[in-house]
Design a protein around this ligand. Structure first.
Ligand code: ADP
Ligand code: MG
Length: 447
């Protein structure tokens, strides 16, 4: 049957994605999508809301093109329909994407990811600060920083920390009324309650909480009507000293939200989750491998961590894939099996050796200076800063001794290099422009 062909293509896609993303990502974003295609040449996907559609296209467009029909010019030929909202009895909150921990009522199940604890969060220089802020808030909700605003790139542990706070409070203050919502969940909830004329109940529910955990506030951008209600809820809770924790892919000031809400979000503490450095990535890899029952030699862990550098979720994906591959083929984990099973995940082809020279050229281009200046002695800020950036990148990307790396910078000492690395690592957590410049320099290296 034709219709079943598209079902097969969709289920193959599902299988493909499931192997590559975290269980939470899959459960939140992929699982809610239904294939409602009437025939194989007309693929129709039903999504619970526009965010899920955008998420799917933003993250998996290329993969979808592999699995699902395309136009002769190679464009994805898929239609999307938004599912009718579920009309539940006017219990609050009404939708199933709102995981609620309401410990005063045993009927509402907690949907915090059980794996996202403080204990399972590996610390390093890039996330130590944000982790201790999260722990501080969890220990003394409403009495330390309020709100706590956590921002950082995709797959760096924001949701993990948010849920860790939820678990901690649930365990240590079982009476506290604590809800964890995704921003899209809040919007859907609001839409449903407006429709059902139960807005007052919803307001009452949110405003009676002791702790509100809000994931991915960036989805509130350009949704003015919803923003106002969110802002009111926010103010009401903060005025009662109730704790709010928010995550976002950008710092408050860069969000396209009203000045009022941005100012509120900056009231408390704004903390960044940065990209983990090489050693932390290795520690995360080893930890994840251990939980899967596989042993990865240290050299191999370094090899993987050098190639997958800006997303912890991808590191997890790598471990899953590697362990499946080695089990299936009955092989040990070695550099060779890693290259065979992971090469397409690697952000740089393993055969392409990164050199200090390459880094110097790339950094020189981005900052508009000469390679010879970077290797020289000039202490002028225009030269010294890009030099420190290049040193930071060299330590991050090349697994050589500091002495050897430093000598490639026109004979600098290893302590100069280490100092540069520390300075840039520290600055990275607060400086988005610098982060972008380094990303660009990295991409140049790949090209
Ligand atoms: P984000 O919300 O920032 O996109 P997540 O919190 O979903 O990222 O993290 C992606 C995956 O990486 C999760 O499975 C999470 O457990 C894992 N992860 C991220 N950072 C760490 C860390 N420091 N230690 C252990 N696991 C981590
Ligand atoms: Mg997240």
């Amino acid at each position: 049957m034709i219709a079943s062909e598209s079902k097969t293509a969709w289920s193959l896609f599902l299988q493909y994605v499931e192997e590559r993303c975290s269980a939470t990502e899959y459960a939140n974003w992929i699982e809610p999508i239904r294939d409602v295609s009437p025939s194989s040449d007309r693929v129709v996907l039903e999504v619970p809301n526009i965010f899920v559609q955008e998420y799917l296209l933003d993250n998996y467009k290329k993969d979808l093109q592999h699995f699902l029909p395309t136009t002769p010019s190679g464009q994805l030929s898929v239609e999307f329909v938004i599912a009718e909202p579920k009309r539940t009895a006017a219990s609050i909150p009404t939708i199933d994407t709102v995981p609620v921990i309401d410990n005063t009522s045993s009927s509402t199940a907690c949907q915090l990811n059980p794996l996202y604890n403080f204990d399972t969060f590996i610390e390093g220089p890039s996330n130590q600060f944000v982790k201790s802020a999260a722990l501080g808030v969890a220990m003394r909700p409403g009495r330390s920083y309020n709100p706590l605003f956590i921002h950082g790139g995709v797959g760096l542990g924001k949701t993990h920390l948010l849920h860790a706070i939820g678990h901690y409070i649930r365990k240590n203050q079982p009476k506290a009324r604590c809800a964890c919502i995704t921003t899209e969940g809040f919007i859907n909830d609001l839409v449903d309650n407006l429709r059902n004329k139960t807005l007052d109940k919803m307001k009452k529910f949110y405003r009676s909480l002791d702790v509100l955990l809000v994931d991915d506030i960036q989805f509130l951008q350009n949704r003015t009507n919803f923003e106002e209600e969110f802002c009111n809820t926010f103010e009401s809770l903060i005025h009662q000293n109730k704790q709010i924790i928010i995550t976002s892919d950008k710092p408050p000031g860069q969000l396209n939200l009203s000045e009022r809400l941005i100012a509120r979000m900056e009231w408390g503490l704004v903390a960044n989750v940065g990209i983990p450095d090489l050693e932390t990535r290795v520690a995360i890899l080893q930890y994840k491998a251990e939980t899967k029952g596989i042993r990865i030699p240290q050299t191999v862990a370094f090899f993987i961590a050098e190639h997958i550098y800006n997303n912890v979720r991808q590191l997890e994906g790598a471990i899953n894939r590697l362990s499946a591959y080695c089990r299936m083929m009955g092989l040990d984990v070695t550099e060779e099996t890693v290259e065979k099973s992971l090469s397409e995940l690697f952000q740089m082809s393993p055969s392409k050796k990164i050199s200090v020279e390459g880094i110097l050229k790339s950094v020189a281009t981005i900052f508009g200076v000469k390679v010879s200046d970077l290797k020289g002695e000039s202490r002028s800020k225009d030269i010294a800063f890009p030099r420190q950036v290049a040193m930071y990148m060299a330590k991050e990307l090349i697994n050589d001794s500091l002495i050897k790396l430093a000598s490639s910078f026109g004979g600098k000492t290893h302590s100069t290099l280490l100092h540069a690395w520390k300075k840039i690592s520290g600055q990275l957590s607060q400086d988005d422009i610098l982060r972008r410049q380094i990303d660009m320099a990295r991409r140049n290296l790949e090209a």
